[in-house]
Design a protein around this ligand. Structure first.
Ligand SMILES: [Zn+2]
Ligand SMILES: [Zn+2]
Length: 877
């Protein structure tokens, strides 16, 4: 929808869309900006320009329009106090990781907290009406502006004021009145300073007028009145109109403090810590001038570098001031900002990685690392994390609980970056030699080697990051989410009654209401359909084998083998109870292992995905590294402890909003739940999840869990394969048999070794005696060594390779007219060894070849020594 078109339409009828009671009562006048033509409302009858074009832009820097000063946390206290005093419920912030929406990784606005997707429609669910929320929002679009412009953040607190007009909530008049009084009464801003600008908002099929409010050119908030749907001209009023007022808490603090940048009053004591490191006084006149210039020019140019150059010129910054002050300050602000965002994201369970939303987090930490090394700083990141959290914990107590987790994750991630640098450097050199890579090639570098285009730019392997890189990358990941939808002839069929959520009989009678191909739809069924990673039930319907069960919207479709009953038949159905029982045990085990892994590894562990079949199951969790044996054992022990403690597994239905408020967003382990009534599966307070699967009644029913294998399957995801119940006992039995077999093999090997040693001892004793006898012309027949003069031969199994080798060698060494041929078995082959004295008249090599060929093998050597082998043991004698 064309926003300008809507604005034109609305501004042509201001009484209907924009004029509120406050404007009448206070005597606001409506004006059109003499520069851009936009309409605004002001008490200052001399004002001719809108706030964007005004001459007072950013004049609050160094000279705030309030008598009171409030920093970031104090400003929230003021806002909260004001709205609570005016009958609003103050709601805790929602996670920055947007678990309740499939289409967003991060929470980008306060209104997102209350939006739930039902099919293709957005519905609103407010836990109170009216309410106010200090919602931390993450936005990565303007990352290059952070630290530079004085007002861009990668995360910020959106003061969300929301109301649904009914007997509790209010509409435009009261909203604007409240916002005006917040500025004037609570913050002490002079009435004439406040300017409201007419605007519109449109998105997701709905739209409405909005009033942005400014003080000295700084937009503090925007009150959106979402009230229409459809196309302009044919639009209708929404059943549920909503007030979506979003204001920047950082800006509220900034306008009362009048510091050179918004960063100076929003990061708490961390700035001072950082500035002490580089020896800068953040309160200097030069900085005030410079950032005021930046603020004035920022909206005039697309290119940030151009804005920067102009501000440097206008503020009269010297080269040395630039390198000694401005550049380090920008770096400090970047570090403070990015670190704060990482603290929120990791606290809420996100991990830096190269997939999905984790990508932005990794990128930010790498920007911190790059800045630290560029400015040659020695920073104690743990100390900076502490400083941030200590400052924020009054408003956001949850940050305090995850303090150590955040430190651990950042440490691991930074170490990983250092490790990968050598590899990345080599790769970057190759890329530089080859010339500018295409966007597709850049994506490959990133996905296979973790090399970001920012890094390549940093090391001059590419001159700039192509603008299509991020959009292409996100498209790529988006398309993975889409699944193929198959069309089935199911229109107008009634919803299947799901017996597995009721009495769950393993044998039941049902009516066949539709048959197509080999698929059957019943009026009711106890066959669990594939869903939530749980494999379907098997069994029989009317004697035909059920091989698959799937759910299509509310209709369950059974796939049969060998034939189908007729439509209208009443049929006997039987679920394979053993299979179901095994799957059920595996499903509850998934919940148990998930919570066990979290307790052993850390709060960042979430279910990534899961699969439960009857004889095996797996759970993929979010975790930064591969698991070691000790960790696996701890998880398995914790899981079996839960089984031993025999907790009841409770299933209850809750209204979605109630479930979220009561249990938090941890319930969405298996992803978003697109229904209003949520099925909550809880194992005491150990594990509480929204889940549609089948579960045991008590954890003790599972009897045993064994983790069979773990593997890091992708960046940030570890797979645990496991078995439970009878399969676990079977696995233990197999393991025991396996280890017994290994033990037996070890014993046998030991015995063999002992035998060899004994033979060696015997050989050492016998060889000199035998040689003496041969040389003396005595017969060794009794020892199974045949001799013709000094030419000896043996194929006795009493003699091994040690004997043959040493006997032959020593014999010919003693007498060069002697020769020896020994044939013996060695494992599956037969070996022959021939030693011939120089004057024995025997050619060892030739004989070895001959014998080997008889044995069906090969041999070789020289006239004095040769050997061969063969496989045909029958030819040995
Ligand atoms: Zn204007
Ligand atoms: Zn589940």
């Amino acid at each position: 929808m064309d926003k300008n078109q809507i604005l034109k339409e609305f501004s042509s009828d201001p009484d209907k869309y924009y004029s509120v009671k406050l404007f009448q009562e206070q005597g606001f006048v409506r004006k059109s900006c003499s520069k851009c033509g936009r309409f605004f409302w002001t008490l200052d009858s001399n004002r001719t320009l809108c706030p964007d074009d005004g001459t007072d832009t950013y004049s609050f820097i160094g000279e705030p329009p309030t008598t009171k000063r409030f920093d970031y946390t104090q400003a929230w206290k003021q806002v909260e106090e004001f709205f609570v005093k005016n009958n609003h419920t103050s709601v805790s912030r929602y996670p920055v990781v947007c678990r309740w929406r499939d289409d967003l990784y991060f929470t980008i606005a306060s209104i997102v907290d209350f939006q739930r997707i039902m099919g293709s429609k957005v519905v609103f669910e407010f836990p109170a009406n009216p309410l106010v929320v200090p919602q931390t929002c993450l936005r990565f679009k303007d990352l290059e502006n952070v630290g530079v412009t004085g007002r861009h953040f990668s995360s910020f607190c959106m003061i969300g004021q929301h109301s649904v007009p009914n007997n509790q909530g209010y509409w435009k008049d009261e909203c604007v009145d409240l916002d005006y009084r917040l500025l004037t009464d609570q913050f002490g801003i002079k009435k004439e300073e406040v300017v409201f600008v007419e605007d519109v908002w449109a998105g997701g099929g709905s739209f409405g007028p909005s009033l942005e409010y400014f003080v000295r050119g700084l937009e503090l908030g925007n009150a959106v009145f979402t009230e229409f749907q459809g196309e302009l001209g044919q639009h209708t009023t929404l059943d549920q109109r909503v007030i979506d007022m979003g204001a920047g808490l950082e800006r509220f603090a900034w306008i009362t403090m009048g510091t050179p940048t918004a960063y100076d009053c929003c990061f708490g004591p961390i700035n001072e810590k950082l500035f002490n490191k580089i020896g800068i006084d953040s309160d200097s006149e030069i900085l005030r001038k410079y950032f005021t210039e930046i603020a004035k020019e920022i909206d005039n140019f697309d290119d940030l570098n151009q804005v920067r150059r102009l501000a440097i010129k206008n503020a009269g910054i010297t080269d040395s001031q630039l390198t000694k002050m401005i550049t380090p300050m920008e770096g400090m602000y970047l570090i403070a900002d990015h670190l704060r965002t990482l603290i929120f994201a990791i606290t809420d369970g996100a991990l830096p990685s190269n997939v999905g939303g984790g990508y932005n987090l990794r990128m930010m930490l790498r920007r911190i690392n790059a800045t630290v090394s560029k400015l040659n700083l020695k920073l104690d990141i743990d100390d900076l994390i502490d400083t941030h959290i200590d400052y924020l914990k009054d408003t956001y107590p949850e940050l305090n609980e995850k303090r150590e987790d955040v430190k651990q994750i950042l440490k691991i991630e930074s170490a990983r970056y250092e490790e990968s640098k050598v590899h990345m450097k080599k790769k970057a050199e190759k890329i530089r030699e080859k010339g500018t890579p295409t966007v597709d090639e850049l994506i490959t570098f990133y996905e296979s080697d973790g090399i970001t285009p920012e890094y390549l730019k940093e090391v001059d392997a590419i001159s700039e990051v192509p603008s299509s890189f991020y959009s292409k990358l996100s498209d790529l990941h988006q398309s993975e989410k889409k699944k193929a939808i198959t069309e089935l002839p199911l229109e107008k069929l009634p919803e299947t009654e799901t017996l597995f959520y009721k009495d769950d009989p393993m044998e039941f009678e049902a009516k066949v209401i539709k048959v197509f191909d080999d698929q059957v739809v019943l009026d009711k069924t106890s066959f669990y359909a594939r869903g939530g990673g749980q494999e379907p039930d098997h069994g029989s319907i009317a004697g035909f084998e059920v091989v698959d069960v799937d759910k299509h919207a509310d209709i369950i479709v059974h796939k049969l083998k060998g034939g189908t009953p007729n439509e209208g038949d009443t049929v006997q159905c039987k679920v394979d109870a053993t299979r179901r029982s095994n799957i059920t045990k595996n499903h509850t085990s998934t919940h148990i292992i998930n919570t066990s892994a979290r307790s052993v590894l850390g709060s960042w562990v979430w279910q990534h995905s899961a699969f439960k079949d009857d004889d095996h199951a797996r759970l993929d969790i979010t975790h930064h590294s591969s698991l070691n044996d000790e960790q696996v054992k701890q998880i398995e022990d914790a899981a079996n402890k839960m089984i031993k403690d025999n907790y009841p597994v409770k299933i209850e239905y809750f209204d979605r909003g109630t479930a979220e408020q009561q249990y938090g967003f941890r319930i969405y382990q298996g992803g978003v739940v697109p229904v209003k009534s949520v099925r909550i599966v809880s194992i005491e307070d150990k594990d509480i999840e929204a889940c549609g699967g089948t579960h045991v009644k008590k954890t003790g029913d599972i009897e045993l869990i064994k983790i069979t294998k773990t593997k890091r399957i992708q960046d940030g995801v570890v797979r645990l394969e496991f078995v439970s119940g009878p399969n676990a006992f079977e696995y233990v039995k197999e393991q025991e048999e396996e280890s017994k077999k290994k033990e037996q093999q070890a014993i046998e090997k030991q015995q063999l070794e002992k035998q060899r040693e004994e033979n060696k001892d015997k050989a050492r004793e016998k060889i000199p005696v035998f040689i003496e006898k041969i040389l003396a012309g005595e017969s060794l027949d009794s020892e199974e060594i045949n001799s013709k003069g000094k030419l000896c031969f043996t194929s006795s199994e009493n003699y091994d390779d040690y004997f043959n080798q040493n006997f032959g060698k020593k014999l010919v060494a003693k007498d060069d007219t002697a020769a020896f041929c020994g044939i013996f078995e060695a494992g599956p082959t037969i070996r022959v060894m021939i030693f011939a004295g120089e004057k024995s008249g025997v050619n060892a090599g030739e004989i070895a070849k001959e014998i080997a060929s008889i044995l069906g093998g090969s041999g070789g050597g020289d006239a004095k020594f040769a050997q061969g082998w063969g496989k045909d043991t029958s030819k040995k004698s």
